[in-house]
Design a protein around this ligand. Structure first.
Ligand SMILES: [Zn+2]
Length: 381
């Protein structure tokens, strides 16, 4: 899509949503009903997810030149771990060129080209991303990075739309958003040809097989375009040698934390209850590092542990990292000590972002085999 049209589209949508909120909400109900009817017919197609385009492309030097500015504003918002995604977005938006490298003037409520320079563009672009991330957290999908990145193109409302329609982001679902949600709004807003297909041919669309987009209705390949620049395993920086050393070769798996609840028996609802691990409160998104080298044996979601990872260490002991906002390390991965494995979150049985760390003598994770992590990490008092 031409940059001008895209800016105009994004601005139009924001103005439209703000000024017609009730109408939009009513429309959303209709669309939910319609799309659930539609989904009944489409369910077999829906289960075939599109291939993920692997991230092996390099960021342009013009983007890397803005990296420290992106890091500055991401840090101000407490989202330093999002820098790789912000740089990928910049790469797709502008290649790092021009006065508005994040193409963020419209989300500031300014005219296209109303951004006076790269720094303001980046500041506003980070704020727009942050708002989408907040909505993703509200929608319980802070770990769905593609949904958040797609929201940079679709508007920060996108994760909430996903939640209301009981969906996770995929190219199929994003296409539905363009065609069934955005296009009708655009048509009602004075773009009569919104929603008609036009040719869109590049490496990403060709690999997918759909070489089209819907006019005036966003780019449903946007997250895929950006993720070309997110290499697997390079989402964050490892912390080898940079973490507080404990005993038996373990290190403290967080850099910034406060111990909030010890291991051991506590009284819960009048009865003794074993707290199986050590709770370390930290900001949502704080990186979690492997306490010791080993093999990732579990990386999944559990009702009470939330998103969690188990690492099997040499000699038999395992460590477990619960309530993560997002898992990075996958099953079978050989991790080094200090390698980034995921991010602190508030998933599962959790009240406030924290890492619940368990240590067990063996892989059984049975309660009589658990060890108190505190003396191992911090020594006996
Ligand atoms: Zn805990």
């Amino acid at each position: 899509m031409k940059e001008y049209l895209k800016r105009r589209l994004k601005k139009k949508i924001i103005v439209f949503v703000l000024s017609n909120l009730l109408w939009v909400l009513g429309m959303a109900v209709v669309i939910v009903v319609m799309s659930s009817m539609f989904m009944a017919f489409q369910s077999s197609e829906e289960s075939v997810s599109s291939g993920v385009v692997s991230g092996n492309k390099n960021l342009a030097p013009e983007v890397l030149a803005h990296k420290s500015t992106v890091e500055k504003y991401a840090s101000e918002k407490g989202i330093s771990s999002e820098v790789p995604f912000l740089l990928a977005i910049m790469m797709v938006e502008s290649g790092g060129k021009g006065l508005d490298p994040m193409q963020s003037s419209e989300s500031a409520g300014l005219d296209p080209n109303g951004i006076s320079g790269p720094e303001l563009s980046i500041k506003q672009g980070v704020a727009h991303y942050y708002q989408t991330l907040q909505n993703a957290k509200k929608a319980g999908m802070a770990d769905d990075k593609k949904a958040i990145v797609q929201g940079y193109n679709y508007g920060s409302y996108y994760p909430l739309w996903l939640q209301q329609n009981a969906k996770r982001h995929s190219v199929d679902v994003a296409e539905m958003y363009s065609r069934d949600y955005m296009a009708p709004i655009q048509r009602a807003n004075g773009f009569p040809s919104a929603g008609t297909k036009y040719n869109y041919v590049n490496a990403v669309s060709q690999k997918d097989g759909r070489t089209y987009l819907y006019r005036d209705s966003g780019n449903f390949f946007y997250a895929e375009l950006c993720f070309q620049y997110i290499a697997e395993g390079s989402e964050g920086t490892d912390a080898t040698g940079d973490l507080q050393a404990g005993m038996d070769g373990f290190v403290v798996p967080l850099k910034n934390y406060t111990i909030s609840s010890p291991f051991g028996y506590r009284i819960l609802n009048g009865a003794p209850d074993l707290h199986r691990g050590l709770d370390m409160a930290a900001n949502e998104g704080e990186p979690i590092y492997a306490s010791k080298a080993g093999t990732v044996t579990i990386s999944t979601t559990h009702k009470s542990w939330g998103n969690y990872i188990v690492i099997q260490h040499e000699g038999g002991a395992v460590t477990l990292y619960a309530h993560q906002s997002r898992l990075v390390a996958t099953v079978g991965r050989q991790v080094k000590q200090g390698e980034l494995i995921g991010y602190v979150g508030n998933t599962g049985d959790s009240f406030g972002a924290h890492l619940h760390l368990e240590m067990c003598k063996n892989s059984s994770l049975s309660s009589d085999m658990l060890i108190d992590p505190q003396p191992i990490l911090f020594g006996k008092n």
